[in-house]
Design a protein around this ligand. Structure first.
Ligand code: B12
Length: 365
């Protein structure tokens, strides 16, 4: 879990505490910072409804610690404030990018383009921020930091801390940076003055819902994760439901379709972070010949490592089945002998898709 406690014995602080903390957040490299109280996030009820509808699918961890997610004091008993931060990960101009040639490699979600996992990048910065908060607050100060994996409704808190608003696609949108931002937070027992919550600025726009290939945004601000391509290609451990495979298109890891069309991205700025810059990928068919070691050497330290070789090759097969031609068949046929049954099954499906397409037969699914 990407989180840690931090305590300090020093007691010295000058100037306004909240301002100092914000300055420190910027100094360690965060683009956005805001402060909110420790009460339950807004829309707690909607979160509970989301769980009750089963929209979390196989993400059992979302239901397991649901009471913690809606009450920060179940994480840090005497919590008084939450310092929420945002980090820009936009490394390419969304308007001019998504280079058609790059898409031949398959669509990898922007957050996973780089050589490092954002959890690690944010963890380093959050650790520094939490120590600074403890240092400023004095010996009684206790702080806990999280990025992503903690039992926290990060986006609800982020909106209340004023760093952005939750759009209809359910992602946090900054009016200064668009929606390419990671979120992290420090829970602290310091009483800090809260910032103004952000208002919602989606208006009548619903481009995100309209563009989603699987219609996963079932209502504004409501995502049925079981349909979301990000869930299907990252969180789902086993076979991808056959009826959804063709809708996955060329998304080999995650999906940014709903994020790309957001009009607020016209304010996106380029992130200088080297860790998130897009790195070269081999053609998809090449991955099928990679063994565990090769996969690990290439993807270690990146978000893709998490789904392991068999998860990634499962996705590669689906994308080749959707986009590949006869030239992909030899690699897929070799994958029929892969040690992983999951890969073998998806390779067989892909072969069937490509052959049906070349014969002009519309496949059953
Ligand atoms: C589970 C999860 C997923 C799941 C489910 C996503 C979802 N929408 O719930 C899946 C695997 C699908 C996923 C996908 C992605 N994820 Co994710 N994910 C999470 C995680 C761990 C929990 C999210 C959660 O609690 N979901 C439950 C729902 C109900 O909560 P919520 O969407 O946050 O809902 C809040 C608001 O939407 C609002 N709300 C709810 N209903 C309503 C109704 C109305 C009317 C209103 C006004 C508001 C409102 O209140 C809720 C509670 O505060 C968070 C980290 C975290 N701990 O929060 C990262 C996180 C949300 N993911 C992140 C990212 C980057 C992604 C992807 C972009 C990755 C990708 N490219 O593939 C996609 C985006 C897909 C999408 N459209 O959401 C970032 C988002 C950053 C941002 N700018 O928002 C987070 C915050 C991680 C991080 N620390 O940076 N993710």
């Amino acid at each position: 879990m990407k989180s840690s406690a931090s305590t300090s014995s020093k007691r010295h602080c000058s100037g306004t505490l909240a301002l100092q903390i914000k300055e420190k957040a910027r100094a360690v490299g965060f683009d956005l910072v805001g402060i909110t109280g420790a009460q339950s996030p807004q829309h707690t009820h909607e979160f509970q409804q989301w769980l009750a509808s089963g929209f979390h699918g196989e993400m059992g961890y979302m239901a397991k610690n649901a009471e913690k997610r809606v009450d920060p004091s179940k994480i840090l008993a005497d919590v008084r404030s939450v310092v929420v931060v945002g980090l820009n990960y936009n490394t390419e101009d969304p308007g001019s990018s998504l280079l058609p040639t790059k898409r031949e490699e398959g669509g990898i979600a922007r957050y996973a383009w780089g050589a490092r996992d954002y959890h690690d990048v944010l963890s380093e910065k959050l650790r520094q921020l939490a120590s600074a908060i403890d240092e400023c607050g004095g010996p009684e100060t206790r702080s806990l930091w999280y990025v992503d994996t903690g039992p926290i409704l990060e986006r609800g808190l982020a909106q209340r801390a004023g760093i952005g608003f939750v759009g209809k696609h359910t992602n946090l949108i900054s009016r200064q940076l668009g929606n390419w931002i990671f979120v992290g937070e420090v829970l602290t027992n310091l009483e800090l003055p809260p910032d103004e919550p952000a208002r919602e600025y989606c208006g009548a726009c619903q481009r995100c819902a309209d563009v989603c290939p699987t219609r996963a945004i079932v209502a504004p601000h409501q995502l049925d994760a079981r349909l979301c391509i990000s869930y299907l290609t990252i969180e789902l451990k086993g076979a991808i439901p056959v009826e959804l495979r063709s809708l996955i298109g060329d998304h080999v890891f995650g999906c940014d379709d709903c994020l790309e069309v957001c009009p607020w991205n016209r304010f996106a700025k380029l992130s200088p972070a080297r860790e998130f810059q897009r790195r070269e990928m081999p053609p998809l068919t090449e991955f099928l010949s990679w063994d565990e070691q090769r996969f690990r050497d290439f993807f270690r330290d990146t978000p893709i490592f998490r789904i392991k070789r068999h998860g990634f090759l499962r996705n590669v097969c689906v994308v080749l089945g959707n986009t590949g031609d006869a030239s992909a068949l030899p690699a897929l046929e070799r994958a029929l002998a892969d040690p992983e049954p999951l890969v073998r099954e998806h390779a067989a499906w892909a072969i069937d898709q490509i052959q049906s397409r070349s014969l002009g037969i519309k496949s059953a699914v």
